[in-house]
Design a protein around this ligand. Sequence first.
Ligand code: NAP
Length: 246
Amino acid sequence: MFDYNAPAGLLKDRVILVTGAGDGIGRACALSCAAHGASVVLVGRTLSKLEEVYDEIEAAGHPQPAICPLNLETAVEKDFDDLADQLFDTFGKLDGLVHNAGLLGPRTPLDSVKTEAWLQLMQVNVNAPFVLTKAMMPLLRAAPDASVVFVSSSVGRKGRAYWGPYAVSKFALEGLMQVFADEQDGTSTIRANSINPGATRTSMRAAAYPGEAPEKNPEPAEIMPVFLYLLGPDSKTINGQALDAQ
Ligand code: NAP
């Protein structure tokens, strides 16, 4: 596991947006950020799941989160701009942006992937993080040391047969991270990095490996040290890096 022991108040006074915050790794990230003092913006497509996370954070007495339902597949640029306006009015800045939401999509040979499924996956896994990052730039610039985190995968760093558009989308995300990080280098205090979570006990993992015993893999909460490291001030000088959670 990534070796980092986050101090209790690590993210105090920080505002952190997490996509796909209602389930799996995104849910754990939202809860962990809130527990370390951040005001968390919960973005996702299933309102009931976001509400459960909201209630859990509130019951624990952590800073009040914000719920922003958004379907990354159907959202248009104006929806992202409206979200940015709303966050500007409420918080005035964004210290952390975690691009976590993702689709697994078809795991078949490329020549049998339906074009429609390919386009749908690229919309959620690549296009939405691009448009969301663009919309959030004024908010990220308003924070003293903003951190953008792209949640990638091992198949986004080395291609593997039958991982289809999912693998290609994660390569694109790594590319987006690298180009963006290089542009920010020396021109702003914004940094961008990627995380490969490694095998983690979520519904996406169960869908990818239906025969696997779920207990074999760590819970999402166990892989949080690298997320906290990248979102807190200790990683201020880390930019353009591809990190592993495990
Ligand atoms: P998960 O349990 O399936 O959670 C995915 C999250 O993304 C859900 O909250 C889901 O919302 C959200 N989402 C999907 N489509 C969306 C859309 N159109 N609009 C808004 N939100 C959407 O998966 P996970 O395992 O936690 O995966 C999180 C990230 O880690 C993904 O980027 C994945 O590729 C990456 N990853 C995971 C593993 C692993 O072993 N688990 C390994 C490598 C990389 P709903 O709850 O509404 O469905």
